[in-house]
Design a binder for this molecule. Structure first.
Ligand SMILES: [Zn+2]
Length: 433
């Protein structure tokens, strides 16, 4: 007997361009999809998906989830003032309890909007890993190494200690995974990159890095090293193992070819890049050059939501506008970035990102009753251009329903909100000591 049968769906399996299966059933057992099609089978639980869109869960490939505690705290500042005057001082005050509170709120939001897996760079990740594990969402977690100043000692760095803890506990397999991370080219020297890379080589995990987010960062690297940040990472061997680069707003054509030739991916974060005035990444050119481009929200403090459907639509619109070409980044390609390509970037290719037999049942269902979703000529177009995160009616990870019709089944959302507002917000405001 099946564990779950999703019945009569408008199915977007994301296994072939433009493919839609009407009246599809999806059979789920032991956390995996066992069949799609017309078959009927007995199931412990039946989900009626008549008239609803069913598609793979979305993958947020670049987040700082706990930054949810700073939602709307620092808007409309210059990037430098935002980071140095607002974000860094708050982050110096945040303790583990506040970070876990922010992460739980962010996970609640992600599940609400159809995200089933996220790649996250932040602090206190061993504790966040426990929270994600308890709630049931998939996550690739890292704590980025920054090595600034002469007194820096690698072995004593909190990020290093936490990374080693994560690697020991989780590694490169399973729903919760350790990643390793170099914060960015400008926040550590090449000898530190090589030490981070040694972990990746030894364990097979993904290396998560901020890359060429701003024009000044990109140009200052060229002035300092005589090469771009991507070329500098490649020259130091960092791209010999899978790398997930975030942003890539200022990449050159050579950078794109270098990234495509390695097994690296780029997480495009259009909302954050626009909100911080960083620019518009040339996703169309990246794809033309063969780069695996996925999507990320970045932190809520520069977004201010974790709704990947917003990123999907915006990515498509920006690619069209930037190239003066409405055929650039069509709907299916934009959806693929948030599913198939995200899975590849996380090292989860063959595990998630599509709905097909043998894959984990990481599946979302979208309510299409709302006026803004009628009529539907093409479900792929509807999913890319009309659906909003709030239209998600059900989010399932490994066959387990985590969110359905306004209810979170594995997390107390009221408690998560209360914990952020009563415990974390006073720390953000600097009123708690
Ligand atoms: Zn970031």
């Amino acid at each position: 007997m099946l564990d779950t049968l999703i019945k009569n769906a408008v199915l977007l399996p994301m296994t072939a361009p433009g493919e839609v299966i009407y009246g599809a059933n999806v059979g789920i057992k032991d956390g995996k999809t066992v069949f799609i099609g017309r078959d009927e089978a007995e199931a412990a639980s039946v989900i009626d998906a008549a008239g609803r869109l069913v598609m793979p869960g979305l993958i947020n490939a670049h987040a700082h989830t706990a930054m949810c505690v700073m939602r709307g705290y620092a808007d409309d500042y210059s990037l430098k003032a935002w980071l140095y005057d607002k974000v860094f001082p708050v982050e110096a005050r945040l303790d583990e309890r506040a970070i876990v509170a922010g992460a739980e709120l962010g996970i609640a939001e992600m599940l609400r909007f159809g995200t089933t897996s996220f790649s996250d760079m932040y602090f206190c990740q061993p504790a966040v890993a426990k929270a994600a594990e308890r709630i049931g969402i998939k996550a690739n977690l890292c704590n980025a190494v920054l090595a600034l100043g002469d007194s820096y000692v690698f072995e004593k760095d909190r990020a290093v200690i936490e990374t080693e803890e994560l690697l020991k506990e989780y590694g490169a397999k399973g729903p919760i995974r350790a990643d390793v991370s170099i914060h960015a080219e400008y926040t550590s020297p090449p000898e530190i990159w090589r030490r981070v890379h040694a972990w990746a080589k030894e364990t097979g995990v993904v290396t998560h890095i901020h890359l060429s987010e701003t024009k000044s960062e990109h140009e200052e690297c060229i002035a300092r090293r005589g090469m771009t940040p991507a070329a500098a990472f490649a020259a130091n061997g960092v791209m010999d193992t899978p790398v997930l680069f975030a942003h890539g707003v200022w990449l050159s054509g050579d950078d794109m070819r270098l990234i495509a030739e390695s097994s690296a991916s780029v997480a495009h974060c259009p909302v954050s890049n626009l909100k911080l005035g960083s620019g518009v990444a040339d996703v169309h050119a990246m794809i033309e050059n063969g780069v695996n481009v996925c999507l990320g929200t970045d932190g809520v403090c520069s977004n201010n939501s974790l709704d990947l459907f917003e990123e999907i639509k915006l990515a498509a619109l920006l690619a069209k506008g930037k190239n003066l070409d409405p055929t650039a980044l069509p709907a299916y390609e934009a959806l693929k970035m948030a599913t198939v390509n995200g899975a590849k970037a996380q090292g989860r290719e063959g595990e998630t990102g599509v709905i097909a037999p043998g894959y984990d049942a990481d599946i979302i269902m979208i309510n299409t009753d709302a006026p803004h979703l009628r009529p539907i000529y093409d479900p792929i177009s509807a999913a890319a251009y009309s659906v909003q995160g709030a239209d998600v009616a059900m989010t399932m990870v490994m066959g387990r329903v985590l969110y359905k019709d306004g209810e979170w089944l594995t997390l107390d959302v009221e408690k998560a909100v209360r914990e952020v507002e009563e415990y974390a917000v006073p720390i953000v405001k600097g009123n708690r000591n």
